[in-house]
Design a protein around this ligand. Sequence first.
Ligand code: PHE
Ligand code: NA
Length: 503
Amino acid sequence: MSERQQFKGRRAFIFAAIGSAVGLGNIWRFPYVAYEGGGGAFIVPYLVALMTAGIPLLFMYYAIGHKFRGSAPLSWRRLGGGAESIGWWQVGISFVIAVYYAVIIAWAVRYIGFSATEAWGEEPGAFLIGQFLQQAEGDAGFDVGLTLVPGVAIPLALIWVFALLVHWRGIQGGIARISMIFIPLLVAIFLVLVVRALTLPGAIDGLDALFTPDWSALTDADVWVAAYGQIFFSLSIGFGIMITYAAHLKQKTNLTGSGLTVAFSNSGFELLAGIGVFATLGFMAQAAGVGVSEVADSGIGLAFIAFPTIISTMPGGAFFGVLFFTALVLAGITSLVSIVEVVLTAIEDKFGLSRNASVFGVGGVMAIVSLLLFPTTTGLNLLDVLDAFANNFGIVGAGLASVITLAWGLRRLGMLGDHLNEVSSFKVGLLWKLMVGLVTPLILGFMFVSQVISRIQDGYGEMPSGYVALYGWGSAIGLLVIAAIMTVIPWRKGVVAAHDAGQ
Ligand code: PHE
Ligand code: NA
């Protein structure tokens, strides 16, 4: 691994890891998941998921990357023959998520401009779907057409150029450097936004809605599944990112100490976002004379419909709109580069490509796929179905395969634990092995099976089943096949063994 592909120190690594973790998931996913999952009572499943799965698996992936010093597939391969395919599955998921995650950042870029002029007028929802995305009406939206929408395609192209430039500069000079600039900037912007939100009339009602505990939610299995899902997504676990980043760390690095810093920073940011978002929703509800439950929107609707509505009604809205969408862009880009890095490093390792070749070749392909499929008049539904499958099966499936592989021979788990303890301040022991080897496999197994059953039985939302079959199940099966093929293709000479020779 060349010099510029190493983190200079622990601080650089921690910033890069926080950059990956803190993303759109903290800002628009957490507040709503917490609200739906029992409000103040959600803290219980959330903390349980963080302690039993989030942090233990974070440690596990750090240990794999740091001990075996390779991309996700190479590290898994060095751990044991067949495990390589888990790495390629993670690479596949990362590819899929990257090509649509970039699109949402592109929307946010465009909305920085829209905020300044409040271009969305009276009906931000109609504006988003109609004028901005130019989505086809009705069933026509369920074909995949290639009619580009320039308003999305241009910012998307810029995002890809920027991201690939960062990759080209490498791990330290690119990824770590922008994380060390973007993350502090993001925190500063967010503090301004939260203070503003808390001083809006109605803010308290919003916080009440978020934090009032509904203890009955704790008996609902879906709430627990949602908590684990949030922790996995939010900590960027299961994508191979943490393996990839840890592989670029110096031999002697405090892994567990860094992991705890990353995990608690991410949760802190989630809490901050929850407070900001719900204080703002409280204001919106009061202005509209309705309850908070009527304005609490999820996902895309929150950022691109509810917030524009609020911006239009609040004093100085344009300014805060620009700040809010800038925050989304900053948070999103550091996550995007982390996920693209998984793919680039894997291909470099396998075929012996140089950084230049992987950035322009592999990165170029990702950019083109992203630009052809999503900024089109049919892109929104495709994004939606891929997101659901990637999150529900892709990540949970990767996590499950990982822990089962390790728990299989407990010796491997012991070996990773020893590695962590050799370099780290916070020591892991029996409890950690129990979490990774027993508790997490059971919980993820339950989640995986219940997701498969509910998708088969209930389909996905309003989507036609043929569409879900083709693009949801179709891409899942496609990725499995690709992972199998990549596993069979031989490594460039000497790579797998180089590690055993102590290189
Ligand atoms: N952790 C990110 C978030 O909370 C999600 C993400 C994971 C993004 C992996 C990219 C890669 O938004
Ligand atoms: Na996160």
